[in-house]
Each structure stands twice: as C-alpha cells, then as structure tokens.
Design a protein around this ligand. Structure first.
Ligand code: SF4
Ligand code: SF4
Length: 251
C-alpha cells in the first residue's frame, strides 16, 4: 500500500497546468494566414484542389467548418495560403468559420466566441456532456477521449462526459450524421432537459466533411437545432477542444 502511495507521489501532477497557454507542435495546422496577392496561378486550380470544397473566391477564403487541414492548398498556392499553428479556431456561428485575408488571428480571437452570461451562470461550474458519434471515422471520438486523460484532464474544469443524455447538459456531436444515426441523435437530444447546448466537433459534424456528398447522410438535425459551438478540425486536437469549451463557458 505504502509503495503504491509512494509511486503515486513520484508521478507528481502530470496535467498541463496552464491549458490556455499550452504550446502545440509547430507542424500543427491551425488558423490559415491568407494573402491573395501572393497567389501565383489560377484560383480555380486551387478551388479544384480542395477535396471538400472549402475554398471560395472573391475574396480568397477558407471555410474552417469544411476544411480537413490536408495542406493541399498550402502546397499549391505559392504562399497565398499558409497554415499557422495557432489552434484556437473554434467559434459560435457558422459565418465566423469563413476566414479570408480580412481577418487576423487576433481579430478572430476577439469575435470567435462571444461570452454569454447565462452560459457561464448555468454551466460555468459544471458541464456534463453526452457524446453522440453519428457515423464518423472515430478520429474525433478518440481526441474527445484524450481530453479526459491525465495530460489534458478536462474533468478538473468540471467538464465531463456522461453515459446517459438524461444526466447531460448538452450533446457533443461527431460524424456527418448517417441516416442510421439521425433518429438516435434526435432521441438523445430530446432526452436532455432544458436548457441544453449542442457542440459540433470536427469537419464531419459541422459540414459533413469528407462525407458531405454522400447519399447516406441525413443532416436535417443541423437545420432544425441551433448549434452553440463549432470546433473545426479533422480531428481537432484536445487543446482545440478544451480551450473552445472553456472560452464558451467564459472560464
Ligand atoms: S487544407 Fe483545407 S482548404 Fe486546403 S485543400 Fe485541404 S481541406 Fe481544402
Ligand atoms: S472530422 Fe475527420 S476525424 Fe472527425 S469523424 Fe470526420 S473524418 Fe473522422
């Protein structure tokens, strides 16, 4: 017993202490820096190169809700698109996900997630979430799992996943919502008491991602139900997820 306690003490405190300032790998693809004046070739080639139709023109812009951060556009843009490793790219509305040269990372930070007093009051001390995996590849789910590990330790902020929607304050949706999961998702949502929130995590949940053109998805849920927080990525890193939820909670 004493050996176990000693081992535990020797392990020390392993979680990242200041999660809001945690550094991410330089190779991580985060907020895109766009400078259309550097675009060498035809913009149509760039648009065609994107596998998820995330690039638009007039002005050159990237929809972070569709982007899977594959880097193809960066390679082909002649320097017009460069992904920084600034990872706080989540926001509270779909419009804000479209990034052009008009907005810097600092400006984006100011507007991305507006603090709402009622959200802080209701969920600031404790947020219980039900995760619904609606047909994704399991990448986003693995990163959500990692949010609770000893390194990221999301539970210390009072944010936990629960087994039943009856015990939850909201849903974390992943996956493009396959037809087979559409009703289950709706049932889970209906089972949560008011007030409740919905967090869309990953390109699939936000826009359908790589499955957007599939005939086997049913995204009517996203048309009927207000999504409170959009967390882009394919999949998003745990630091992206945790910092987004903390900012949303006003913590
Ligand atoms: S990085 Fe994003 S915008 Fe660029 S090609 Fe890939 S999916 Fe499209
Ligand atoms: S967004 Fe990417 S990682 Fe997440 S479920 Fe879809 S394909 Fe998988």
């Amino acid at each position: 017993m004493f050996d176990l306690i000693k081992a535990r003490i020797n392990h020390g405190y392993q979680a990242i202490e200041n999660i809001a300032d945690a550094k991410i790998l330089p190779t991580h693809k985060g907020f895109p820096v766009i400078d259309e004046t550097k675009l060498g070739g035809d913009i149509e080639n760039l648009i065609q190169a994107c596998p998820v139709k995330a690039i638009s023109k007039n002005p050159l812009a990237i929809d972070l809700g569709k982007c899977i951060f594959c880097g193809e556009c960066e390679k082909k843009s002649g320097g017009a698109i460069k992904f920084s490793n600034n990872y706080k790219i989540s926001c509270d509305s779909k419009d804000k996900l479209i990034v052009s040269s008009d907005i810097s990372y600092d400006d984006f930070q100011r507007i991305a997630i507006e603090s709402r007093k009622e959200i802080h009051k209701l969920f600031g001390r404790s947020l219980k979430l039900r995760q619904v995996s609606a047909g994704g590849c399991n990448g986003c789910e693995m990163e959500l799992n990692a949010c609770g590990n000893v390194n990221f330790d999301m539970g210390r902020f009072g944010i936990d996943f629960v087994a039943s929607p009856r015990h939850a304050d909201g849903i974390v949706l992943t996956g493009p919502i396959t037809k087979n999961m559409a009703k289950a998702l709706d049932d889970a949502y209906q089972s949560i008491g008011e007030p409740k929130i919905v967090i869309a995590t990953g390109a699939c949940a936000i826009s359908g991602g790589i499955f957007a053109d599939s005939t086997e998805i049913d995204r009517t849920f996203t048309e009927r139900i207000k999504i409170d927080l959009f967390i882009p990525g394919c999949p998003p890193h745990p630091l992206v997820i945790i910092n987004a939820i903390l900012k949303f909670l006003g913590k």
